[in-house]
Write a protein that binds this ligand. Structure first.
Ligand code: CDP
Length: 205
């Protein structure tokens, strides 16, 4: 079984995907980490984030083993990821990696922005996870503060709003639900309730 899961920043996809992967015994891929990894390596190499050639070369060489790095989870890298994610050759290189991952025999749960629309249009189940901007900003703020980062709620809210706009309006692979996606709004749901709701949707599908 392949489960495609998409949604905007801090919608709760990551936590949900990990729990669903365990429940259905599927391998899990967080594709946002790939874009974040490219952004991190571009910054480390001192390259401007719109340098398409440098970003494409980095995307082709990305080491999946380096993506557990907690440094990837900062707001700065999230913002930079959204900028390199606009670049066509970066997406081409990373989508190829994601499709190979999806083809593994045991099945997979893959989360991102364009999984149901571009990466795995034939996925068995497509979930689109939503939550209000305020709820998402509150969750991300809590997560970053707990990780020891100093950032205000207002800054996070502004960054999430800017990143949503960039992701939804870009020319290539914009964030949007696939026509056959099942929508799940987690604004009023805690982790367990969102997990139960997702299982119900998947099992009914
Ligand atoms: O964790 P969060 O929801 O904040 O973001 P993420 O999933 O780590 O993704 C970071 C950025 O990578 C997004 O804002 C997108 O611009 C980009 N991305 C993408 O374009 N396509 C994907 N399949 C996954 C992420």
């Amino acid at each position: 079984m392949i489960i495609a899961m998409d949604g905007p920043a801090a919608s709760g996809k990551g936590t949900l995907a990990k729990k669903l992967a365990q429940h259905y015994e599927l391998e899990h891929l967080d594709t946002g980490a790939l874009y974040r990894g490219v952004a991190r390596d571009m910054i480390a190499a001192g390259k401007p984030l719109d340098d398409e050639q440098a970003a494409a070369a980095i995307a082709r060489e990305i080491d999946p083993g380096s993506l557990e790095d907690p440094q990837l989870r900062t707001a700065k890298i999230g913002e930079a990821a959204s900028r390199v994610a606009k670049l066509k050759p970066v997406r081409a290189a990373l989508v190829e990696y994601q499709r190979k991952f999806a083809e593994r025999p045991g099945g997979a749960i893959i989360e991102g922005r364009d999984i149901g629309t571009v990466v795995c249009p034939n996925a068995d189940v497509k979930l689109f996870i939503e939550a209000s901007t305020e709820v998402r900003a509150t969750r991300r703020h809590k997560e970053l503060i707990e990780a020891g980062q100093e950032i205000s709620y207002a800054e996070i809210h502004a960054q999430i709003t800017a990143r949503d706009t960039l992701d939804r309006t870009r020319e290539i692979s914009p964030l949007l639900p696939a026509k056959d996606a099942l929508l799940l709004d987690t604004s009023d749901l805690g982790i367990e309730a969102a997990f139960e709701a997702a299982i119900n949707l998947i099992d009914m599908n």
